[in-house]
Design a protein around this ligand. Structure first.
Ligand code: MG
Ligand code: MG
Length: 631
């Protein structure tokens, strides 16, 4: 029986000073750390104090790193390297850790040679053993003589010392496109440590790529799952550790980054277990990625005049109020399969959302196959389970805190939850409406630095995948946009990352104090019919420049009269392999939110990104005319 898996993260992976890092790492749930030498040197405590500080946080020092440029040096540099190692051994003993990482040499004087290296490691292993210490050797992808884990293993094998083992790092193996399955033949007890990192596939110098662009498993494009399957197949039962060098993380919030890291590790090891169940390692079992079945509801926090305005907006969209909550100041509005809750409570979560942001989307509900499993998986991945006192006539709907304080609820068809609308709202009737059938997508806005966190949240919790990142040009900057989509297409969320507060997305963020939902897209089968009905109810579309339609005629070969029809009601158009996409936007809507109406062909998989610059320009033109230059 293997030991249960321990999780670890290199202190270099997150921002802050050593003490801030330790607090964040401990509260995210890790068992230990790799202590990065520079982090330790910068601290004013003695090695013994630092060791105690780490243990006071409930953490173990799993590894001391890195020790560089050791092997295959000619004398006198060789003796000096051994002396240097002995001094590091002193520090390790004071810190209270028994394993040091030695990475393959970049030293210009290093002679190379597998035998020479093996004999250096045998001698160093002998010295380490006298102190009860161990040595792990890692092949850097850009090492001078050794840049491949297979060669590093050959050196370790020939060093033939019980205190000398191999350290593997997914970045160095996968970044050089080495076959991870070659790790499978290494005996598990000779693998002393495993370091994990993912990275986006970018064609650039390996060293630069590694130092600046690593990210958490699942955030990049490397097959970290297959790498880890190979490591576990050796029988390895040491710690699973993250070693991430990333400019964004270095500047990010240490708590967020540490939580993301923990989430990515748990999801990764769960994936490894599912991909190769025979590996038989010891990991508490958690429910698989949750299958979604659609959006269940969108809840607005609102109050007073703002609530009246929102009710009016919903009426122009063809929604009708179908029920009043049995005990709360909350109304249920419906059309097709779309449910919108207007929460005017003066206590609890909706009230604090409204106090902070005014009218905004405070909660999202997703239909899933099993709501309880969704909450269980989310909490195993480190999400905070959301609870608040349950009022009379209310069901306990499983929910977690999403990012930026938003709340995500899970509904399923189980006996109670399946009847939540009748039980809480006495809602029975479905209004005729204006042809809006369901929520096509919800757009959430965040600062660019938080985008990876959000996509990791969705893709580790749900059976969802990321679409490629797209740059959207705003007249005042750039917005990065990435969709996360349920594999079965039942839920689509677009994540928009703003760099500058001058972009529309950035202004939304600063005006709404971190609220996330910036627009909601409702689907219709007949956008022209729907818009005609909406216009008769007083709905007003965002006016689109006539030049847009001139350009459309030049870009697409569309049926006679279609462009005129689009222009008449400000409909934008996109096409993907012959599949149509029509979209129109609201001129305004309550609470910093706007509304999109879309008609999507089954096989159209995007969101009209080519139109986004014109939509944003139109929105900015309007707000500038109103004397609000920032948005
Ligand atoms: Mg490494
Ligand atoms: Mg959209």
């Amino acid at each position: 029986m293997r030991k249960s898996l321990k999780t670890s993260i290199a202190t270099v992976s997150i921002s802050g000073n050593l003490r801030e890092k330790l607090a964040a790492i401990a509260s995210a749930g890790f068992d230990g750390i790799e202590i990065f030498e520079a982090d330790f040197i910068a601290d004013y405590g003695s090695p013994r104090d630092v060791g105690n500080l780490v243990r006071d946080h409930g953490l173990e020092i799993m590894l001391f790193q890195p020790f560089r440029d050791f092997e295959t040096l000619p004398e006198p540099a060789r003796s000096q390297a051994f002396d240097r190692a002995e001094r590091k051994f002193d520090v390790m003993q004071e810190l209270g850790t028994d394993l040091v990482l030695i990475c393959s040499s970049l030293h210009p004087a290093a002679l190379g040679g597998i035998e020479r290296a093996a004999s250096d490691f045998n001698e160093l292993g002998e010295r380490a053993a006298k102190r009860g210490l161990r040595i792990g050797y890692e092949a850097l992808a850009w090492g001078r003589h050794i840049d491949d884990h297979r060669d590093a293993w050959e050196i370790v094998r020939r060093a033939d010392h019980p205190n000398v083992g191999l350290i593997v790092d997914s970045f160095h193996t996968l970044g050089r496109k080495l076959d991870p399955d070659s790790i499978r033949s290494v005996p598990g007890d000779k693998v002393f440590f495993v370091q994990l990192a993912d990275a986006p596939l970018i064609d650039m110098d390996l060293l630069y790529w590694s130092r600046h662009f690593r990210n958490m498993p699942g955030e990049g494009d490397l097959d970290v799952t297959r790498f880890m399957q190979a490591v576990m197949a050796t029988g390895y039962d040491g710690p699973i550790s993250l070693e991430i060098f990333n400019d964004q993380f270095r500047g990010g919030n240490p708590h967020t980054i540490a939580k993301d890291g923990y989430r990515s590790l748990i999801a990764l090891m769960d994936d490894v277990k599912r991909a190769e169940p025979t590996l038989g390692f010891n990991l508490p079992s958690i429910p698989p990625r949750i299958e979604t079945k659609g959006f269940a509801f969108v809840e607005f926090a609102t109050r007073g005049d703002e609530a009246d305005a929102l009710r009016n907006d919903l009426t122009t969209l063809g929604f009708e109020k179908v029920g009043q909550h049995r005990s709360k100041a909350a109304g249920l509005w419906q059309q097709g399969d779309i449910r919108i809750v207007l929460n005017e409570e003066t206590t609890r979560h909706a009230a604090s959302s409204w106090n902070a942001r005014g009218t905004c989307v405070c909660d999202l509900g997703l239909k899933v196959t099993n709501a309880k499993s969704a909450a269980t998986r989310a909490s195993a991945l480190g999400a905070d389970v959301f609870t608040q006192p349950i009022g009379a006539g209310e069901l306990a709907i499983p929910a977690v805190r999403g990012l930026s304080g938003s709340v995500l609820h899970f509904l399923d068809d189980s006996s109670e939850l399946g009847r939540v609308w009748e039980m809480e709202f006495s809602a029975e009737r479905v209004p005729v409406g204006a042809g809006l059938t369901h929520i096509d997508h919800v757009a959430q806005t965040m600062s660019y630095d938080d985008m990876l966190s959000w996509s990791l949240f969705y893709t580790t919790l749900f059976d969802m995948a990321k679409a490629p990142m797209i740059d959207v040009i705003d007249p005042d900057g750039l917005v990065r946009s990435q969709a996360v989509e349920a594999v079965n297409r039942s839920v689509r969320v677009t994540l928009n990352g703003a760099d500058s507060h001058r972009t529309l997305a950035g202004a939304f963020l600063s005006d709404s104090f971190g609220a996330s939902v910036q627009h909601i897209a409702f689907a219709t089968q007949d956008i022209f019919g729907t818009l005609e009905m909406l216009n008769s109810r007083g709905f007003r579309t965002l006016p689109i420049s006539p030049n847009y339609y001139e350009d459309l005629a030049a870009r697409f070969n569309l049926a006679d009269g279609l462009i005129e029809k689009m222009q008449a009601c400000d409909v934008l158009y996109d096409q993907d392999d012959g599949a149509d996409f029509f979209q129109a936007y609201s001129l305004s809507f309550s609470g910093n939110v706007f509304v999109e109406i879309v008609q999507r062909s089954q096989s159209y998989c995007s969101y009209g990104a080519p139109n986004a610059p014109f939509r944003i320009a139109a929105q900015k033109r309007l707000s500038r005319a109103k004397g609000m230059p920032k948005a």
